[in-house]
Design a protein around this ligand. Structure first.
Ligand SMILES: Nc1nc2c(c(=O)[nH]1)N=C([C@H](O)[C@H](O)COP(=O)(O)OP(=O)(O)OP(=O)(O)O)CN2
Ligand code: ZN
Length: 149
């Protein structure tokens, strides 16, 4: 097999990603704040009947290219992991009421990103998951890379 410069210097690490969309509704309301504090903090997003989004989520993996398959991971497998960990749990759901995790965790996009990361981590082979990026709206984007303090 021909080897290029990158292969001669070491095994290339490559980033791959898949993007999916899901629709869900939620209400920003923290059990740790009073009703008045919730209204002040979240404004229109504290509306008692909630509001909806068409979320876009991009899952990025980073890893070595398998010399036999030429892939970091088969994207068909990543699609299956995303369907099981994200779409089944969140698509067409009321995030606060349908997803037990959010009974006591406010459904900000930050927390949705952590939820998705944790669920994907159970399926994606260790060390490959690099980033979960969520577009809550066209303008609001949240990234999580598994960092903890
Ligand atoms: N740090 C965060 N701030 C906010 C979050 C969040 O998840 N993390 N979420 C919201 C709301 O859920 C909300 O729906 C977004 O509202 P808004 O920015 O007003 O929506 P748009 O992007 O559509 O902006 P427009 O200015 O209305 O066009 C709020 N904050
Ligand atoms: Zn919202």
């Amino acid at each position: 097999m021909e080897t290029g410069t990158a292969q001669k210097m070491g095994r290339p690490y490559v980033y791959i990603s898949r993007t999916e969309s899901f629709s869900a509704c939620h209400r920003l309301h923290s059990p740790y704040l009073t009703d008045e504090e919730n209204r002040e903090t979240y404004g229109k997003c504290n509306n008692s009947n909630g509001h909806g989004h068409n979320y876009k989520v991009e899952v990025v993996l980073r890893g070595p290219v398998d010399p036999k398959t030429g892939m970091v991971m088969n994207l068909v497998d990543l699609k299956s992991y995303i369907n099981r960990s994200i779409m089944d749990a969140l698509d067409h759901k009321n995030i606060d009421k349908d997803v037990p995790y959010f009974k006591s965790t406010v459904s900000t996009t930050e927390n949705v990103a952590v939820f998705i990361w944790d669920r994907l981590s159970e399926l994606v082979p260790h060390g490959l998951l690099y980033e979960v990026k969520i577009h809550e709206t066209d303008k609001n984007v949240v990234y999580y890379r598994g960092d903890v303090q």
